[in-house]
Design a protein around this ligand. Structure first.
Ligand code: NOJ
Ligand code: CA
Length: 578
């Protein structure tokens, strides 16, 4: 067994740089399906890079750091909401869908960013938030002013309360962030109607039964498509349609994003959402260049998810089933098989994701012994005292090689490439996630995965803000970030960043990776071994003893820098040429 760690250049010499399978398909069919095996980098704008020194990430910061994304080797970026917003929920409370939040920059800067990204070969995906607007949106302000029974109120869900004096909420629905999903307004100076908000009270749910809402969102899609954006991530894609009459839930644990073993949930994953996305698909298909939708849909099963991906609906969706699967070989094998089979039925590509801005960073999930991957919020995970960060990092390296070797598309959340961990000890007074308040201070929420990135230097702001910035980063960075800055990792061949760069370069260059063949190979029960055709094999060892590697294999890339010949250590992965 020989050990060769090949760079992209060596692979190019081996057989010509892979023309992405997607690119080859454009040639054949005339349809640009770049998204079928794209690696998309999730850019949480507030925490990526601060260009003007106010402590908050912005478009200027992104433009200055595009080189990082080019060097990393991703194909696209998805930018979390950048629209004008009071920031009651990190920008998921949109006050104007056709403009840019001044804290993030100007429309001119946004246009320049799209152009500069395209010049580097990076596609740009925006985030659209159709389930709810901000309470500062002009429609909601008009609804408040117009009063009960008005057409202005009909764009949201206003209802009289129950009980004597209408003092009780209209039904028993709960906010995902905790507490009731209803807030009462005053009408004519008196306690009046209630409005529905499945998230924060500052995020009133729009009424998708009203044709004006449908028309407005198709027009918003066109607004940004006309400005050259390549697609949209759809926030809460499974939530838009509510059951007629808004019936009670009846005691479910509804304080979560997904319906559990129930297909008649009154507000999640209702059949009516599909007609909306058929309309959106027609809009996307009327533009050249392969415009794409990715659904954020927390549904009960891969089968339910595949319904969003039928040929006339959305292109792709986040695979949260994979994200929620614990670090356990049989469970992962099952999730992978299930995901592959269900999307294949509708002709959509699979996708894979380990982290995002709503879940505990996977270094900190995987670093808990016997991690229950299903718990993605801190309140559902084993206590911090059980956390072994070294183990988490080691598994995160292996998980990255697993994810990037699977067929289809993949998502990298900013900081994954640096091996960032969840900052679990943010002081209470800096917490901004509405979950903290709405849960009555029982759930710290999602700020710990949103801490600004460390770029360089040995002390905060670690290059996140320019030298001499007037404000500290909007969430404090831990001192430990000093060891994981981009600067510290870039020239260290054993770093997480070097691993991601090498994996993404290989993924582009190797003809077997991206879409295509996938076959499990024989292995022990706690080892995942699969081939991707063209002599490429991936082995992931989830057991607690070394696993033998296939004979006559040479190592293309390994998560474990100490790989010894012929054997893969526990919690390690390798890409092999056989
Ligand atoms: C999902 C988003 O990812 C999350 O950050 C947000 O709080 C909710 N949707 C509500 O928009
Ligand atoms: Ca800024």
């Amino acid at each position: 067994m020989t050990r060769t760690v090949m760079g992209a250049a060596a692979l190019r010499d081996m057989g010509g740089e892979r023309m992405g399978t997607a690119e080859a398909a454009v040639r054949r069919t005339g349809v640009d399906t770049w998204w079928r095996d794209a690696v998309v980098y999730q850019l949480y704008i507030r925490s990526f890079a601060d260009g003007n020194g106010d402590g908050i990430g912005d478009i200027a910061g992104i433009r200055a750091r595009l080189g990082h994304l080019r060097d990393l080797g991703v194909d696209a970026v998805w930018i979390n909401p950048w629209y004008p917003s009071p920031m009651a929920d990190g920008g998921y409370d949109v006050a104007d869908y056709r403009a840019v939040e001044p804290v993030f920059g100007t429309e001119e800067e946004a246009a320049a960013l799209v152009e500069e990204a395209h010049a580097l070969g990076l596609r740009v995906i925006l985030d659209i938030v159709p389930n709810h607007s901000s309470d500062r949106h002009v429609w909601f302000q008009e609804a408040l002013a117009a009063g009960p029974g008005s057409p202005e109120r009909a764009r949201y869900h206003f209802r009289p309360g129950r009980g004597p004096g209408g003092d009780e909420p209209p039904n028993d629905w709960r906010s995902v962030f905790g507490g009731t999903a209803w807030t009462r307004v005053t009408d004519g100076g008196e306690p009046g109607e209630w409005y529905l908000h499945l998230f924060d009270a500052a995020q009133p749910d729009l009424n998708w039964a009203d044709p004006r809402v449908r028309e407005e969102f198709e027009s918003i899609l066109r607004f940004w498509f006309d400005r050259g954006v390549d697609g949209f991530r759809i926030d809460v894609a499974h939530g838009l349609v509510k059951s007629d009459g808004l019936p009670d839930l009846g005691g479910d644990d509804e304080n979560m994003l997904a319906p559990v073993e129930r297909t008649d949930h009154p507000h999640w994953d209702r059949d009516g959402v599909h007609e909306i996305y058929r309309g959106w698909r027609r809009v996307a298909d009327s533009y050249p260049g392969g415009r794409v939708f990715v659904a954020e849909a927390w549904v009960d099963s891969p089968e339910r998810l595949a319904r969003y991906l039928r040929p006339d609906e959305l292109h792709t969706a986040f695979n949260f089933d994979f994200l929620r699967t614990p670090w356990d070989a049989p469970a992962l094998r099952k999730s992978i098989d299930h995901s592959l089979a269900t999307v294949a039925e509708v002709g959509a590509p699979p996708t894979w994701v380990l982290s995002n801005h709503d879940v505990v960073r996977h270094v900190s999930r995987l670093g808990r012994p016997a991690t229950n991957g299903a718990g993605h919020s801190l309140s559902h995970l084993a206590p911090a005292t059980t956390l072994d960060l070294e183990l988490g990092r080691r598994r995160a390296r292996a998980a990255a090689l697993l994810m990037l070797a699977l067929p289809g598309g993949a998502y990298v959340y900013q900081g994954d490439e640096l091996g960032l961990w969840e900052v679990e000890d943010l002081p209470e007074e800096v917490l901004q996630d509405p979950t903290w308040e709405r849960s009555g201070h029982t759930d710290r929420g999602r700020d710990g995965c949103r801490v600004p990135l460390p770029w360089s230097g040995s002390a905060p702001p670690f290059g996140f803000s320019p030298a001499g910035a007037q404000a500290a980063p909007w969430l404090p960075q831990p001192a430990g970030f000093a060891s994981v800055t981009v600067e510290a990792q870039v020239s260290d061949p054993g770093s997480m960043l070097s691993l991601y760069r090498a994996a993404l370069a290989l993924r582009h260059a190797h003809p077997a990776l991206g879409e295509g063949e996938f076959t499990w190979m024989p292995s022990g029960p706690d080892v995942l071994t699969f081939s991707r055709g063209a002599g490429f094999v991936c082995v992931v060892n989830l057991s607690d003893v070394p696993a033998p590697l296939p004979a006559a294999a040479s190592v293309l890339l390994a998560s474990d820098p100490d790989l010894t010949d012929g054997e893969l250590a526990p919690d390690a992965a390798a890409w092999l040429s056989v």
